[in-house]
Design a protein around this ligand. Structure first.
Ligand code: GCV
Length: 671
């Protein structure tokens, strides 16, 4: 096992400096297994750089012991920690410091790896004061990223669908990359923030990519081999039509015996090649992808067939709930895209097997900067649910804008579907999945500061109760180590509130979209208004918003349990930030904030653009304190963010001024 040496890509949150505290110590690594070898190799590389030592046996003295509890006689200090700690879960670890020795104990090699990266995050303080034994376990078993990478460059969507960081790190122009060192480095970064699974290809599975399941399986195996040393299992997006397009069968009917046999045999071959293969991801009957509806079967039938094929091998199927009519008639007010996932899936609760996971986007529409939490999450107590987030910034500035998303995710995870006192989304979710924002870009993520979103997703997936502001500081300290002031504070100020800033200058009060159709960047208030996509705002001269009430609208509010069903139904109680998602209101409607809707639109759009100007001024002050190439990249992107925020401000304000005829109460210039 060698640590990937990446010279042509930014070190992200694992620069050599992050390993200084470990690399200067005398370390004992005790334990067998591939991931224990990785731990040893990491410590050895750090020691080679910083002068410390690492051993696999012996009596010491040691400053640091990283040991599996099964590793035979432990040094007395580690044995004492073990006695204090009690049982440790498969990926968990216990950290303690006593008698001048820092001890990390795990019951399985994966836990040791996560324990090592915990030490990296702590840095020097891990070797200072004594610490009682602290147990660290992930909240969920699987913490997963979905890549929407294509093998062949798609004529519209390119190499990576909704990718804003260059090409794919796996494929280039139709072939697997010769050098997969960067994939290994990616696995290392992901392990360091707690991620342990990746689906490597786009959920829109085109002809070339379908073959990853069969005659291009060796490419999947090659990627899996790079990620394995960091404890990451590979999953594959498959087409529901595979029995037809790959197997030559006349049907893909999930209840057809030949089809079921084909999936069983094909899946067995996958496991012969990749024994630790994770499973399948499926987008079916959605945006043109094939699915069980063609055969009069349900999504539970479809998912069940794949779950059965995977079960003997320990694999899982992630079945996406993103199913809606994308060929809607905009004149038809009775069809509501927000209703679709619940209408399709809630009746199927209890019909998905143990190894079928329903993957639900956090909101009912499509990764908007502000949506209510999907009602599907409360409606399926008998189903394993993965909550799907979008790290790639499709609707949040496309990695041209600074938009730190963890505060939004934390709101989603903290939401109590049965009221603020009850269980939260984080309690209900079996696991968390997010669409990756990584490509072959020098900074991995296009915008260097977008790395924080990837890092924060991993950390929240590991522990959904972490504070987004603390995660941000952790990321800053690692990435810009040693991050002296004013660097640390300035970055924090720029990023911590950036999601709310983005919300201010884009679509108001939860109404969503208003983006340019197709690529989804920049403002176009009516861009989707007369299209078949089901994403409307219904602005006219009197008011704006979508009536989703039971009383007079689409009835969507009825998909929520109490109290939300009534809170969202009520114009008086509905939270301001979601008002236009649930209600069509006159421009003069007074918000809880005391402002009218129209004045709120003007005020937030002026404020949002001003906040971006402030962000840019902050960044200018960091010149000379960060790497000049990185500084120049961010500076250029902030110029674009400001241009775009001003365009949003002016289009949205002008649109609503022209519709409503209501002037700005503060008489600012609206073009
Ligand atoms: C991969 C949105 C995106 C699509 C994406 C889809 C999905 O509609 O615009 O590019 O397709 O979500 O999540 O499947």
């Amino acid at each position: 096992m060698t640590i990937p040496e990446l010279t042509d890509v930014h070190a992200a949150w694992l620069p050599p400096e992050a390993f200084r505290a470990i690399g200067t110590r005398r370390t004992l690594v005790l334990g067998e297994g591939a991931l224990a070898e990785t731990v040893h190799a990491e410590v050895a590389a750090a020691c080679a750089r910083y002068g410390g030592t690492v051993r696999r046996t012996g009596d010491g003295p040691f400053d640091l012991v990283l040991a599996l509890t099964t590793a035979g006689p432990l040094p007395p200090v580690a044995a004492a920690v073990m006695a204090e700690a009690g049982p440790i879960g498969e990926e968990g670890h216990v950290l303690a410091r006593r008698d001048g020795v820092t001890v990390v104990l795990a019951s399985a090699p994966a836990g040791l790896l996560y324990g090592l990266f915990h030490l990296v995050r702590l840095g020097e303080p891990a070797f200072e004061a004594a610490r009682p034994a602290e147990r660290h376990e992930p909240a969920t078993r699987r913490r997963m990223l979905d890549h929407w990478d294509n093998i062949a460059v798609h004529p519209v969507m390119g190499q990576v669908e909704r990718g804003y960081a260059g090409g794919s790190i796996f494929w280039r122009d139709g072939v697997l990359r010769d050098d997969l060192t960067r994939v290994r480095g990616y696995g290392r970064l992901l392990a360091a923030c707690g991620i342990n699974a990746i689906a490597i290809n786009n959920v829109n599975v085109h002809a070339t990519e379908a073959r990853l399941l069969t005659d291009r399986l060796d490419e999947v195996a090659a990627i899996a081999a790079e990620l394995r040393p960091y404890g990451i299992r590979v999953h594959l997006s498959v087409t529901f039509a595979a029995p037809i397009v790959l197997g030559g069968l006349p049907t893909a009917d999930p209840l057809d015996e030949d089809v079921r046999r084909w999936w069983a045999a094909t899946t067995a071959r996958v496991y012969e090649t990749i024994p630790d293969f994770g499973g399948y991801v499926v987008k079916a009957d959605s945006e043109g992808q094939p699915g069980p509806f063609a055969y009069g079967r349900s999504h539970a039938d479809g998912a069940g067939m794949l779950a059965d094929a995977l079960a003997p091998h320990g694999g899982v199927v992630h079945w996406r709930a993103f199913v809606y009519d994308h060929r809607q008639d905009w004149r038809d007010r009775s069809t509501d895209r927000a209703r679709a996932a619940y209408d399709h899936f809630a009746p199927l609760d209890g019909r998905f097997g143990d190894n079928a996971i329903l993957q639900v986007k956090y909101g009912p529409m499509d990764f908007q900067p502000r949506e209510p939490v999907s009602p599907v999450i409360a409606a399926m107590p008998g189903t394993r649910l993965a909550v799907e987030l979008q790290v790639t910034q499709e609707y949040t500035g496309q990695q041209k804008h600074v938009c730190y998303l963890a505060p939004m995710w934390r709101e989603v995870l903290d939401f109590g579907p049965w009221g603020p006192e009850g269980a939260t989304v984080a309690d209900v979710a079996t696991e968390f999945v997010a669409v990756s924002n990584v490509g072959d870009d020098l900074y991995w993520t296009g915008h260097p500061l977008a790395q924080a979103n990837l890092y924060a997703f991993g950390r929240l997936a590991w522990d959904p109760r972490l504070d987004p502001a603390a995660i941000l500081d952790e990321w800053i300290d690692l990435t810009f180590a040693p991050s002296p002031e004013p660097l640390r504070g300035t970055l924090h100020t720029m990023m911590d509130g950036s999601w709310r800033t983005y919300e201010r200058y884009t679509a108001p009060l939860g109404v969503g979209f208003m983006v340019r159709p197709g690529h989804h960047y920049g403002p176009d208030v009516d861009g989707y208004e007369y299209t078949p996509w089901g994403t409307y705002h219904f602005a006219d001269r009197d008011g704006v918003g979508v009536d989703r009430t039971r009383a007079t609208g689409t009835g969507y509010t009825g998909q929520y349990p109490q109290p939300w069903s009534d809170v969202y139904e009520s114009l008086e109680q509905c939270p301001d930030e979601l008002l236009l998602f649930f209600h069509h209101v006159p421009y003069g409607h007074v918000l809880h904030s005391g402002s009218t809707v129209i004045q709120h639109i003007y005020d937030t759009h002026f404020a949002g653009a001003e906040e971006v100007a402030d962000m840019r001024a902050h960044w200018d002050k960091l010149e000379g304190l960060v790497d000049p190439t990185l500084h120049a990249r961010v500076k250029e992107l902030l110029d674009e963010q400001l241009r775009c925020a001003e365009e949003w401000r002016d289009q949205v304000n002008a649109y609503f001024f022209r519709k409503s005829g209501v002037p700005d109460g503060r008489a600012r210039r609206i073009p």
